[in-house]
Write a protein that binds this ligand. Structure first.
Ligand code: GLU
Length: 450
């Protein structure tokens, strides 16, 4: 069974990049008939906030990405402790006593000599006695995971293809702080193993974390850590950049709230993000099943995916034009019924724009300034108005016969008189909504103006 997870840290709102990762994990699970987990990475108690946990849940609900389960790292501390013990017994973690300043100094020296700033494993060389002395001085250790330098790290990445790392070129990662709290690396690996996560799909900023975590997975499996199942498969997607080609601040701050306020439908955002950066065409597809069916990691490119607001607006408009009344009813102006929605829908970019157009129906509309000839024409129109199945076409048909007008001179004065503006929704749909008495009143008002 395929199990994916989306693992945000609740230290802020989701932005468009996280949303995309969440969506792809959801699609990957849906396509395989598997499970999609929400994992709240809240081991950093200082920076994690409950309001963000709630916002993350709300955002996923708004997007229609329902998790099949939710886990919280802060409730799983005993699991990390147990894994840590397994690794300690296997001599894969070791205590370190350097201060941040000492480490910084080592880095500077290495860099100054043109060497990569890899941790020198100074703490591994300490004897039992040295360690006891440090502890006697009251220095609590932080802990590093000991990478296995002899085994090359290799994996077949779902997006990037074959990946190779030399463990000796990496620093042994700090996994636990001196106060006992956890850094991201180990808890994530423990959770992926214990929760039976089969596919880790995340941004390419995590590639080097994966290299390290693969060794953690291997060590935990070898140590027969309780609940440790199989190593997941990994895929790292190219990052999202703004249309200007950079990872902009603006993009990092763009979340569901901002989209919602701008009148963007969740389906539009999903349709765009589902295929952005893949070889599949980005299309206004509202049906999640169709998106899920075509989801395929092999279509993902390695070049950064460009997020373009204009493209999002176009998809949004195309989807709004197709939305059913039932989907939007609670967001429409008072009195607007299904017929009203159908009339205005093709002219909208956002659902909220319906209110402005609806005012053309409910009025009052400004009385246009027309030439004498057009005013006389409106008077004839008021007389010729006969209410029936399709009042607009019967009106314009009669006026054409009666006046010989056609094209713009036939239609424009009527539109101006009936709506107060020169362009707008299809009159064939609008006129029945305006109603006979009001339509005649508007035509007469235009005829009598001036
Ligand atoms: N909490 C991590 C992050 O936000 C999760 C990364 C992962 O998917 O493993 O980057």
């Amino acid at each position: 069974m395929t199990v994916t997870r989306f693992a945000p840290s609740p230290t802020g709102r989701l932005h468009v990049g996280n949303i995309r990762t969440a969506l792809h994990n959801w699609m990957l699970a849906r396509k395989a008939g598997g499970r999609f987990l929400l994992r709240i990475d809240d081991t950093d108690a200082d920076r994690s906030r409950e309001e963000y946990v709630e916002a993350i849940r709300d955002d996923l609900a708004w997007l229609g990405l329902r998790p099949d389960g939710e886990e919280r790292q802060s409730e799983r501390l005993p699991h990390y402790e147990a894994a840590f013990e397994s690794l300690r017994e296997a001599a894969r973690v070791y205590p370190c006593y350097e201060t941040a300043q000492e480490l910084e100094l080592k880095r500077k020296i290495q860099l100054g000599r043109g060497l990569p700033p890899i941790y020198d494993r100074g703490a591994l060389a300490l004897s039992e006695k040295d360690r006891a002395a440090k502890e006697a001085e009251g220095i609590a250790p932080h802990w590093r995971f000991k990478l296995d330098h002899d085994t090359p790290i290799v994996w077949e990445d779902g997006v990037r293809g074959k990946q190779k790392f030399d463990a000796a070129q990496l620093s042994d990662p700090v996994i636990r702080r001196a106060d006992g709290s956890w850094l991201y690396m180990l808890p994530s690996a423990v959770d992926d193993l214990e929760m039976g996560v089969t596919n880790v799909l995340r941004g390419e900023d995590h590639v080097s974390n994966t290299a390290v975590q693969i060794q953690m997975f291997t060590a935990l499996i070898a140590a027969q850590h309780k609940g440790a199942a199989m190593m997941p498969e990994f895929a790292h997607e190219a990052l999202l950049v703004g249309s200007e080609g950079k990872l902009s601040k603006r993009l990092g701050a763009l979340g569901c709230d901002a989209f919602r306020e701008r009148g963007i439908e969740p389906d539009a955002l999903v349709a765009l993000l589902a295929r952005l950066g893949t070889s599949l065409p980005v299309e206004p597809i509202a049906e999640r099943d169709s998106l899920v069916e075509t989801f395929d990691l092999s279509t993902f490119g390695r070049a950064p995916a460009r997020f373009d607001d204009g493209e999002l607006d176009r998809i949004n408009a195309a989807l709004v034009h197709r939305m059913d009344y039932a989907d939007v009813a609670d967001r429409l102006p008072d009195g607007m019924d299904a017929a009203g929605w159908h009339a205005v829908r093709p002219n909208l970019e956002k659902v909220a724009d319906a209110a402005g157009i609806w005012r053309l129906v409910t009025g009052p509309v400004p009385v246009p300034e027309l030439s004498d000839e057009d005013r006389a024409y409106c008077a004839i129109a008021a007389d010729a108005l006969v209410w029936g199945e399709d009042p607009w076409h019967s009106l314009t048909g009669r006026l054409k016969d009666a006046t010989g007008r056609k094209g713009k001179p036939l239609f424009l004065p009527l539109r101006l008189a009936l709506t107060g503006q020169a362009s707008g929704p299809d009159m064939g749909e609008l006129l029945p909504l305006i109603g006979e008495a009001e339509a005649r009143r508007r035509l007469m008002a235009a005829a009598e103006q001036g």
